[in-house]
Write a protein of this length. Sequence first.
Length: 400
Amino acid sequence: MNKIEVNNLTKIFGSHPKQGLKRLRNGEQKDDILNDTGMTVGVNQASFTVKAGETFVIMGLSGSGKSTLIRLVNRLIEPTDGEVLIDGEDITKMDKSTLIETRRKKLGMVFQKFGLLPHRTVLHNVAYGLEIQGVSKEEREEKAMQTIDDVGLKGYESSYPSQLSGGMQQRVGIARALTNDTDILLMDEAFSALDPIIRKEMQDELIKLQDRLGKTVLFITHDLDEALKLGDRIAIMKDGKIVQIGTPEQILENPANDYVSNFVKDVDRSKVLEAHHVMKKPEVLSTFKDGPRVAVRKMEEVGASSIFVVDKEKNFKGLLTIDDAIRAYKENIPMEDVLIVEDIYSTTTDTALNDLLGIAVDAKYPITVIEDGKLLGIISRVSILSGLVLGKEKDEVVSP
């Protein structure tokens, strides 16, 4: 389900925007319109959708139109043309009272400049949105305290903004937006004013909050690394236009044009690609009842010196080497007694390859990808290196 749907959204700044719109539709370029008329094309016929629970990142350089776009989405700026559907309702057609109500109930906003009220404590800043909605003091403070705890500020509720670091102030801004319990968070360069270490902490915090709360987030940034880290999908803007929309992997693997290629050419792929991109389906022994002789035969068939063992429900039980399989057969040892478990490293599908590099160096055997106890795939050292150097999808990666 789409929480946000934007169709042909356009903003032209100037005295005769409708004339500029006509020229845009005739295919004229932003610079030509500016030179001929003095009017500036802020956003040029942008279209995209944001699914419920998705983090959708809009990125571009300064002047690309990204901040104008997010202000059109909540109608802080009036559009020249196009529509913005929030849960199917077009806010561009709403009267003032309906628009205000929609903003209060559905759209939380987090700005680059924290916008905190200096004379209010953290608690009263966070509760402010509920206060202006007329929520009782007891209820709004209870909700505010819960959100303060959620963003890691418990114990600071009586502090004033001037007593907090920049990162803590931004946590207050996020808490204020979350306390209103809106489904959608609009975040405009929310972490850009923070130093690199605090910025990374806030990115990690947002990811954790998303995992727990599942909000729909429209996030604006000029930083590609931030976009790749946070975004389920990314829209890249240039001169008011959206030039490409895709997942981080799609943006990296198939840039739409030279402009996007120049953005991504120096990206550290290890921070973007995840375990599921390079894992391979392993050869497995399905049950203990197959016995060591069957295990040896399977290893011979695939030219391997070990095999992974799972039970009937595909739950991972361990790794069996050829030497241990032969020993179990000759000495009539139960196979479960010769399985290797302790030296097997495991991970999940969404682990960044960057986090697996160190593990791969020390691992004697392929890394297992396990979720809910089930063996989904394996990753060898060569799989990781191939993913980073060649950028291939998991079905193209060299097998272990």
